[in-house]
Structure formats: C-alpha cells, structure tokens
Design a protein around this ligand. Structure first.
Ligand SMILES: C[S@@+](CC[C@H](N)C(=O)[O-])C[C@H]1O[C@@H](n2cnc3c(N)ncnc32)[C@H](O)[C@@H]1O
Length: 262
C-alpha cells in the first residue's frame, strides 16, 4: 500500500486518515504527505489498517492516537478518561481572567483544567480531585510528562479538600442526563465522566452544596454544564449562597459555564 492509497481509505475522514497515517509512520503529517507514491513498510501498513478499523468502529481518534491537545498542551488520554473538549477551554479562559494563588479542579479526568491552569500560573497551588483511580493515574502521568506540579487527590468532589479553602474552584463535572440520546455517540468514553442522574444535574447539586465552604471570601466557583442547564445551575449556586451569579456563552452564544462568588 502506498501513502496515496492509504489516504484514500474509505470510512474515515481525510483529515483523520492523515493523522492516523502520520501516527503509524512516526513522521509528521507534512513529511508523510510529501511522498504520496512511497510504499509503506509492512509493519506501518499493519498499524495503519488497525487504526482505521478502530476508527470505523466508532472509536474516537484521540483514544487511537493516545493523546489530545487541550489549551496548547498535549495530554495523554485513554478510555479511563473523558477526552478533553475544545469548549472546556472557555472555563480556562474565565479562570485565568481571575486572580488566584490557589485553585481546586474537581473531577480532573486526564488533568486538563488543572494542568492548563498550572501551566499559566506556575506560582499557584493547584489541587486536582478525581474519583476514578484509572483517570487519576492518567492525570498524574500527564503532570510528570509536562513537568507541572499538581497536587493530585483521589476521592469524591470536595471530600479530599479537608478544611482547605481556595481562591478559585473550577469543575467540568458529568452533566448528561441518564438516557440522553447523545450518549449513543459517546459510548467509548467512561459513563461516570458523562452521566449524572435523571436531569444531568446530580454532580452539580453536590458541588454547589459542598464547594462554597472551600472558597475564601470573594473567591469564585466556576462550572461547565450542558446546553439549557444554565438557569438551573444559576439557581443552585444562588441557593448555595453565592453572589454575582452569572453564565458565560461559548463561541456559538450558548451559555455553557456558570459561576458565582462567595
Ligand atoms: C466531564 S469529565 C471532565 C474531565 C476533565 N475535567 C475535562 O474537563 O476534560 C468529569 C470527571 O469527573 C469525574 N467524577 C465523576 N464523579 C466524581 C466524583 N463524585 N468526585 C470526583 N470526580 C468525579 C469523572 O471520573 C470524570 O473524570
């Protein structure tokens, strides 16, 4: 099989075929594309054919490649973690617009939020909590690979925070309603990273109830949530006693992040 024949493989998008082929060869996309007539060595062809078969079965490209870019950082991912989404970068932008010397990231997954914040605020104390031991292992490995010192803690939401208070708490918790039709397209990702009760708000209810006690006076709690959940999340934060509660829209104008101040 030549490079050109590989790129013409059916059932995957051309952009994905280029990524999978580059990964199978170990060279950059530009290098691979420069020699369309080149014959692929047998082991490269076998790796590529296997990747394409996985992609055709619906596996996300990030799991096949083993990494995903988030806020300019290359993060290792595997099926123990949610693949960080570009829309979550809004939460990082909002966090970095605030002044903080300490931050907690609840439900860190592969460490996306914690690592992006530590990368941009080297002097800050960054604590990251995760209930899944498998996910926390991925996050730890990402911290080591990037040389970013995050205090990784295993446990449920605020439980591992003890009596500590922070200048900022961020979370991108699971917020999909059980039985939601979109879950079919997310079958490769861990359900505990996605689903949160009948209306998708169970995790946010728990965080809204527990997190304010871990904020110093004037500190923000900022949460990502699903489309159409903003009014409910504002209500939960207001009932938890937070002030200046508001939501922020994503690039499509849809409110996807809500926060409040102690
Ligand atoms: C939507 S994912 C977000 C992962 C990562 N923060 C990101 O933005 O890519 C939610 C994460 O919360 C974790 N999680 C679910 N329930 C939890 C709980 N009770 N306590 C701590 N983490 C939890 C899941 O394992 C998952 O890693």
């Amino acid at each position: 099989m030549t490079v050109a024949e590989a790129l013409a493989s059916g059932g995957v998008e051309p952009r994905e075929a280029r990524l999978l082929l580059a990964a199978a060869t170990g060279f950059s996309e530009a290098t691979v594309l420069a020699f369309p007539e080149r014959l692929l060595p047998a082991e490269v062809e076998a790796r590529f054919v296997d990747s394409v078969a996985r992609r055709r079965r619906g596996e996300p490209v990030a799991y096949i490649l083993g990494h995903q870019e988030f806020y300019g950082l290359r993060l290792a991912v595997n099926p123990a973690v949610l693949i960080p989404r570009p829309e979550t970068e809004l939460l990082v932008d909002l966090a970095l617009a605030r002044d903080f010397r300490s931050v907690a990231d609840l439900g860190t997954g592969c460490g996306a939020l914690a690592l992006a914040l530590k990368h941009h605020r080297r002097a800050a104390q960054v604590v990251a909590v995760e209930a899944s031991a498998g996910a926390l292992a991925v996050a730890r490995r990402n911290g080591v690979a990037l040389g970013l010192a995050v205090d990784w803690r295993h446990g449920r939401w605020c439980a591992p925070l003890g009596a500590e208070c922070f200048d900022l708490i961020v979370a991108n918790p699971p917020y999909v309603a059980a039985g939601d039709q979109h879950l079919a397209a997310l079958a490769f990702e861990p359900p505990e990273a996605l689903v949160s009760g009948p209306d998708g708000l169970d995790a946010i209810r728990e965080i809204a109830a527990a997190a304010p006690a871990h904020l110093v006076a004037g500190a923000w709690l900022v949460l990502e949530h699903g489309m159409g959940q903003d009014a409910a999340v504002r209500g939960l934060l207001e009932r938890a006693g937070l002030e200046e509660v508001r939501s922020w829209p994503d690039l499509a104008g849809i409110p996807r992040v809500t926060g409040g101040r102690r």
